[in-house]
Design a protein around this ligand. Structure first.
Ligand code: ADP
Ligand code: MG
Length: 582
């Protein structure tokens, strides 16, 4: 662009396409907007059909009250809406839509056909092709509305290149579909993929709808999902949530809705995990569908194009009540979470109160376990890693007595160790990270995967890997391209195996040709993911193995460069209470 360009008002078509980028990113966003419109039209049944991952075509049919034929040419105009009239309406929203922008923007980036019939008007069909009205004809459904969106982004290659393969886009459409269906259990939802019925959710109660959406998830026991509710001042809460055995290792099924809109609000996800507190072992998360209804005057959704964020004036009260509802409503013990074998339970020292060494022969094991069961996954992982470690460093395997005394764990993070004339306080997470980092650097032990792991990447990473995938081979990661945007990983160092998904996440996001940077970031990511976390309860053997290793280090600095050992000498301690060492 030359610097003497004058200011001009954008051509409406260009402006429309820019705006479209904010609301419509991919087929799933089109589907979301069309479902919202059907819901707002009072539909009893919503049927969607997805062809070619929605890139070829998305159709949504509803039996709602339809659009009058004379209004039809208006629906694809900017700010054309029947839902908001005055500024005040924005603060009393009861509809999903309110900006009058969705159809306008969709019609700018695809071919849009709307056929509709309103009880007091004739049926009509409108067709708009990438911003240009093609025709309006006097035919249409007997009732309700049918919207077809075809060839999304066909005229905008720059946007189309960000789309994934049809199968992946279809999955995203299904997720949006289920996400919407969860909030409106009184509506029947059906989704067809290439003519075959894939999701069939008949009208139900909220509880039944949640269970139906989880039907294919084998980790969920239906009887384990309980319903809790609570009334606050100008808001109410309702949760369908797991009470015990149905757990995950990620937070992806802590789903929060505010006034029936799914929102991404970390504070509420955190409130749910606080509410579960020590009921669930570290690293495990519940299935929790939480529906918050707030007085519409206290909620502002007009801050995010896709309405996935909300400003709430009574956020703190809601946060508190979520925690209280779960604390009082959930059974205090999660009996069926798998615990480690009984033999090993005797070895655990839980550092809630005792900073003193508890001998492994202690018989008082029951209160400890019910207090905070250890995370079996983590425990197995830590053991595996520490056992693996014993070999390459080729330390003599004979049982040497350590020259230090482990006094226990403090604040679920620090290990307290007495050695010589000093007290050492060790940050367990940082220490473990460093040890893993060292191991990763020295050990190779590359495994060939029986079934290569296939994963999909964005265009920019695809291009990067085409030129740079050999640099991963230096780290035991053999990559080959198995299709457009598709890569396979066929070898992996043994130590990375337990966290292969994180390794893939790393490869899918990293794009720098600086090999030193690659090595550092790769090792640090991996060490950080496998390391014992802050708050992880750590058993005697693991702690001692960790401490032994720490004392062999010359510079106890974690891969991110932080010091993680504090030494307090006996002398310092004595002088701090005005005593002198005799
Ligand atoms: P918004 O939903 O924010 O009002 P849209 O662009 O999504 O904006 O829709 C514009 C208008 O078109 C709506 O206000 C509504 O009057 C009408 N409309 C769209 N889809 C439907 C439908 N399925 N049934 C009835 N009316 C619809
Ligand atoms: Mg809308």
């Amino acid at each position: 662009m030359d610097q003497y360009s004058r200011i001009e008002i954008l051509d409406p078509l260009v402006a429309q396409r820019i705006a479209a980028g904010e609301v419509i990113e991919r087929p799933a966003s089109v589907l979301r907007e069309l479902i919202d419109n059907a819901i707002d039209a009072g539909a009893q049944t919503i049927t969607a059909e997805i062809i070619g991952g929605g890139i070829e075509r998305i159709t949504v049919i509803d039996d709602g009250y339809g659009i009058a034929s004379e209004d039809l040419p208006l629906v694809c105009r900017s700010h054309a809406t029947s839902k908001v009239r005055t500024l005040d309406d924005l603060y009393h929203l009861s509809s999903m839509g309110f900006r009058g922008e969705a159809l306008y923007t969709i019609s700018a980036v695809a071919t849009l056909t709307i056929a509709s019939k309103r009880a007091d008007s004739e049926a009509a069909t409108l067709r708009i092709d990438n911003g240009n009205q093609v025709e309006i004809i006097a035919t249409g459904p007997q009732v309700g509305t049918k919207v077809d969106v075809e060839h999304l982004f066909a005229s905008i290659p720059a946007r189309k290149q960000f789309l994934k393969r049809p199968a992946t886009e279809l999955t995203m459409c299904r997720n949006v579909f289920i996400e919407k269906a969860l909030a409106f259990p009184h509506i029947t939802f059906r989704l067809y993929d290439e003519k075959s019925l894939r999701i069939d959710l008949p009208k139900a109660t909220l509880h039944q709808r949640v269970l139906a959406s989880l039907a294919s998830d084998k980790r969920v026991t239906p009887s384990d999902m309980i319903e809790l509710s609570e009334q606050g001042q100008r808001f109410s809460l309702r949760a369908i949530t797991s009470s015990g055995s149905s757990v995950r290792t990620d937070r992806s099924r802590i789903n929060i809705y505010v006034n029936k809109r799914p929102i991404e609000e970390y504070a509420f996800i955190q409130a749910v995990t606080y509410g579960y507190g020590s009921i669930l072992p570290g690293g495990l998360f519940p299935y929790c569908y939480l529906f918050i209804e707030v007085d519409s005057e206290l909620a502002d959704f007009n801050i995010h194009p896709a309405k996935r964020e909300v400003k709430l004036r009574n956020m703190a009260q809601i946060h508190q009540l979520i925690i209280a509802m779960l604390r009082t409503g959930l059974p205090s013990k999660v009996a069926s979470v798998p615990l480690s074998p009984a033999k090993e339970q005797n070895e655990f020292t839980f550092a809630k109160s005792p900073p003193s060494y508890r001998p492994s022969s202690s018989s008082e094991t029951t209160p400890i376990v019910s207090e905070k069961p250890t995370d079996e996954l983590w425990f197995a992982k830590a053991k595996e890693i520490l056992q693996n470690k014993a070999q390459p460093t080729a330390k003599p395997q004979k049982q040497e007595l350590p020259d230090f005394t482990y006094h226990g764990q403090l604040f679920s993070l620090f290990l307290l160790v007495e050695k010589g004339n000093s007290l050492f306080i060790i940050d367990q997470h940082a220490a473990h990270e460093r040890i893993l980092y060292d191991q990763l650097k020295e050990e190779k032990g590359i495994q060939r995967l029986m079934v290569p792991l296939e994963f999909e990447v964005e265009r920019s990473i695809d291009d990067f890997l085409l030129a740079n995938s050999p640099q991963y081979a230096n780290y035991g990661l053999e990559l080959s391209r198995s299709g457009d945007l598709l890569w396979s990983l066929s070898t992996i160092p043994a130590l990375f195996k337990p966290i292969e998904q994180q390794v893939i996440a790393f490869i899918s996001s990293f794009a720098s040709t600086d090999t030193a940077e690659l090595e550092k970031r790769l090792y640090a990511t991996i060490a950080c993911h496998s390391a014992i976390k802050d708050g992880d309860i750590i058993d005697q053997h693991t702690a001692i193995a960790l401490i032994e290793h720490v004392f062999t280090l010359e510079h106890p600095v974690c891969p991110h460069g932080r010091m993680f050992v504090v030494e307090i000498t006996k002398e310092q301690l004595f002088s701090s209470v005005d005593r002198t060492l005799s």
